[in-house]
Design a protein around this ligand. Sequence first.
Ligand SMILES: NC(=O)C1=CN([C@@H]2O[C@H](COP(=O)(O)OP(=O)(O)OC[C@H]3O[C@@H](n4cnc5c(N)ncnc54)[C@H](OP(=O)(O)O)[C@@H]3O)[C@@H](O)[C@H]2O)C=CC1
Ligand SMILES: N[C@@H](CC(=O)OP(=O)(O)O)C(=O)O
Length: 350
Amino acid sequence: MYKAGILGATGAVGQKFIRLLENHDWFKIQALGASERSAGKPYKEAANWIESTPMPKKIADLEVRNCVSSDFDDVDFVFSGLDSSVASEVERDFAEAGIPVISNAKNYRTDPSVPLLIPEVNPDHIDLIKTQTFTEDGSGWIVTNPNCVAVPLAMSLRPLYDNFGLKSVIVTSMQAISGAGYPGVPSLDILGNVVPFIGGEESKIVEEPLKLLGKFKEGAIEHASFPVQATATRVPVLNGHLLSVTAELEKDADEQEVKKALKEWKSPIANFRLPTAPNYPLHLYDNDYYPQPRLHADSESGMQTAIGRVRKSNVLSISYVAMAHNTIRGAAGGAILNAELLVKKNYIYK
Ligand SMILES: NC(=O)C1=CN([C@@H]2O[C@H](COP(=O)(O)OP(=O)(O)OC[C@H]3O[C@@H](n4cnc5c(N)ncnc54)[C@H](OP(=O)(O)O)[C@@H]3O)[C@@H](O)[C@H]2O)C=CC1
Ligand SMILES: N[C@@H](CC(=O)OP(=O)(O)O)C(=O)O
């Protein structure tokens, strides 16, 4: 078993890591880290447990550590679910100490030497790690996973981009309240309501898919170059971000050709046997009422991106909706899948 630490273990994403790693075949939770407020306490006293399954017994009495690399010399790598106000400094400290960091936080996503990774979308970007200079021997590095809207957007655009090319994309996200962490959005703001703005979100939705769909050439990512227009909204849904997407394709394609491209798309990691990889990373629904967050966010253990309502657009080429579980596929589950690919590619070792 590989020994994993979790930074930000008391937060919403940290708790999801704990639940998803509880019975993992390759990874054992070795250490938990959080702020000075929590350090020194047993996990059960430091965390306000919000998962719907009980706190794992073997975790409850683990003492929470400070997020400093010298306190984590017994781990093979760390997952980070740190607050972005501290992630830059803390993640750099770990990487410089030779401890690989697999992060959810936004801080290093746009760094040209840091892979922004979705294994089914851009697995070759992993080798960008070799350009990082945190340690002389290459033992310390950072890999990030994307924003929770960028994930279903990039996964659904991958087959369209490869088959037809993209000229432009317009997306409106309807984002679940769990995306705002705990306690998150005040109930009086969100109950029976839609909030038409999420601070800082739209620029990530605009920029991250271009890096994800970019080409890895001569040690750098050449970003895709089509414009993306994003409107991010918060809706009273517990889990699952739903996106309404309209795209202009470079090559003409009708509804049937687009559906065929989505159905026939093959994941580049399908034969890797990674424990968290879904059998069907993309699922296309023909029922016009699907996908729905409450019904489908947990499909394939929360790791599937569901697509529906593919239809000709009256304005651009094609419209559809896409949906994925924001704290699993869009956060902790995505990071665990990244770690599995990194093991497979011999970047993580015991
Ligand atoms: N919620 C979601 O759907 C998604 C979240 N993310 C990203 O993941 C990260 C975590 O999000 P979320 O779990 O919702 O946030 P929370 O606020 O729930 O958790 C934040 C975590 O960071 C820790 N922390 C805060 N300050 C410090 C510090 N000074 N030193 C060390 N640790 C500190 C907290 O510890 P303590 O309890 O001790 O304060 C806690 O464990 C963020 O960067 C977020 O943007 C990414 C994708 C989706
Ligand atoms: N902003 C996202 C969650 C999040 O933290 O995103 P990011 O990982 O890009 O900071 C949401 O509200 O649903």
